[in-house]
Design a protein around this ligand. Structure first.
Ligand SMILES: [Zn+2]
Length: 476
């Protein structure tokens, strides 16, 4: 039987406000344990929360960028559950009246645009963090620094049809939140977290199949792998005549499998009720419009501008605008450069390759956009071969030195002296008479062999374009 996969994502993003959601404690990652907390975020009886206006502003910014309807009236609710890292035994969240709803995100799949619905965006607070002891220590410690850190939860419609689509959606969403500068979106530090609901159904069936929820995926790759695993598990069970159990499963990165955490019978009942300590959130239209006016250029607009301004292909522009950092790096390098397409090739090729291989971020690359621009100039001017340029680039990354210095130090300066190359070409032609005759009889790929021989004779330092031209002139 042919099955169709249905996926919806719930994404939590920690907002990068200066202070926490309901108190004036500092909102920062990695401080000394239990130093950024107070009676409010530690849940002391009688302590009263006050909503941070910036939290609402950031959430509205996200809502507008994701084409949501912004509610002029919404409220907060208590989501009740007990956990050692949640001192109040409830989390302040929004239940039935979220701040934003009915939005959408555009992704591109197989060259086609596809809109993924956003059901809602609501604000809530984060819990603290448990620090578990080693196996010999039978206790855990609690760090309340994260308690009360503001979050937005972005819930998608079940519009995603494959693990790849889910990944593209999350990448796009992450990019937008980064462009908005409302979250640093570091999945490895937990400031962007994603849970996924997945089910499958026979193609053509209207109703949904039974879903499972997957948690604990802390990278884009993990999200896609976990969903692929789960999709396959559902297919196997159904094709063997079994039934899927509605449950929450955890992704085990090391083993590459999902494992059951709890079934529906043990599902949480949060007994949501309105938060009595906070007034409703009432917004005025002018304030929302002023936030809309201040929205920065978003990835889709930037992509269109790059195509127009730099004449690069749509494909290049979509990769270069995926993150704000990368798009800024490209733009700084391409601005005023004679060859923006070459800049694009370098950024998409070598820059992304090193970042991936070394597992580093762009800011740790140690190469200024202007320096990369000059490296590309050296190739365009024939001073450096493209192979030599890659060597210089590698060295720029390791030493932080400028390209001109490295070309000299590594002795990679290309021979572009016409006399020297003419001599080289003549020698190779004399030594390869049979290939020369093949070429003259119309075997055009013989020329490539001769160019190769010239390059070899020059130890890779001769300018291949010049060799090519001279060989053609000599043999025509
Ligand atoms: Zn506090």
């Amino acid at each position: 039987m042919n099955y169709e996969t249905i996926i919806g994502l719930e994404v939590h993003a920690e907002l990068s406000t200066k202070t926490k959601a309901f108190c004036s404690c500092k909102n920062e990652f990695g401080g000394e344990v239990n130093t950024n907390c107070c009676p409010i975020c530690m849940g002391y009886p009688g302590a009263l929360p006050v909503l941070n206006k910036k939290v609402v502003e950031y959430a509205v910014r996200a809502g507008l960028a994701l084409n949501c309807h912004i509610s002029l009236f919404s409220k907060t609710d208590r989501k009740n559950y007990f956990y050692p890292d949640l001192p109040k035994a409830y989390q302040i969240s929004q239940f039935d009246l979220p701040l934003c709803r009915d939005g959408r995100i555009k992704i591109e799949i197989d060259g086609q645009d596809k809109h993924i619905g956003i059901t809602r965006i609501h604000i809530e607070e984060d819990a603290g963090k448990l620090l578990h002891g080693t196996e010999s220590e039978d206790y855990s410690l609690v760090d309340f620094n994260r308690s009360g850190v503001p979050l937005i939860e972005i819930v998608s419609e079940p519009d995603l049809r494959s693990p790849l689509e889910a990944r593209l959606y999350l990448e796009k969403l992450k990019g937008i939140l980064e462009y908005l500068e409302i979250s640093d979106c570091k999945m490895q530090e937990g400031s962007l977290r994603c849970d996924a609901n997945i089910s499958i159904r026979p193609v053509g069936q209207k109703s949904f199949g039974i879903k499972t929820e997957i948690k604990n995926m802390n990278s884009m790759k993990a999200l896609q792998r976990a969903l692929e695993y789960e999709e396959e598990r559902h297919r196997r069970i159904l094709s063997q005549g079994g039934t899927i159990i509605q449950e929450t499963r955890r992704w085990d990165e090391a083993k590459g499998i999902t494992v059951s955490m709890r079934t529906k019978e043990q599902a949480d009942d949060y007994r949501n009720f309105p938060e009595p300590d906070l007034v409703p959130i009432v917004l005025d239209k002018e304030w929302i419009e002023s936030i809309r006016k201040d929205l920065p250029e978003l990835p889709d607009d930037k992509r269109k501008r790059f195509v127009k301004e730099f004449g690069i292909p749509e494909y290049d522009a979509s990769i270069l605008t995926l993150t704000k950092e990368l798009s800024n790096f490209f733009e700084e390098c391409a601005k005023g450069h004679k060859n923006p397409k070459a800049v694009s090739n370098w950024v998409m090729g070598e820059v992304l390759r090193i970042m991936k291989e070394e597992d580093i971020e762009l800011k740790d690359l140690n190469i200024k956009p202007q320096s990369l621009g000059r490296l590309i100039d050296l190739v365009d001017e024939g001073v450096l071969s493209s192979t030599g340029a890659k060597q210089v680039f590698e060295e720029m990354y390791k030493t932080g030195e400028e390209p001109e210095v490295l070309v000299d130090r590594l002795g990679l300066k290309q021979i572009s002296d016409e006399d020297a190359i003419a001599e080289l070409v003549k020698k190779v032609v004399d030594e390869n008479q049979k290939t020369v005759e093949d070429y003259k009889r119309g075997k055009t790929n013989a020329l490539g062999y001769l160019v190769g021989q010239c390059m070899k004779a020059s130890k890779g330092k001769a300018n291949p374009q010049l060799i090519n031209k001279m060989l053609r002139d000599l043999l025509s």
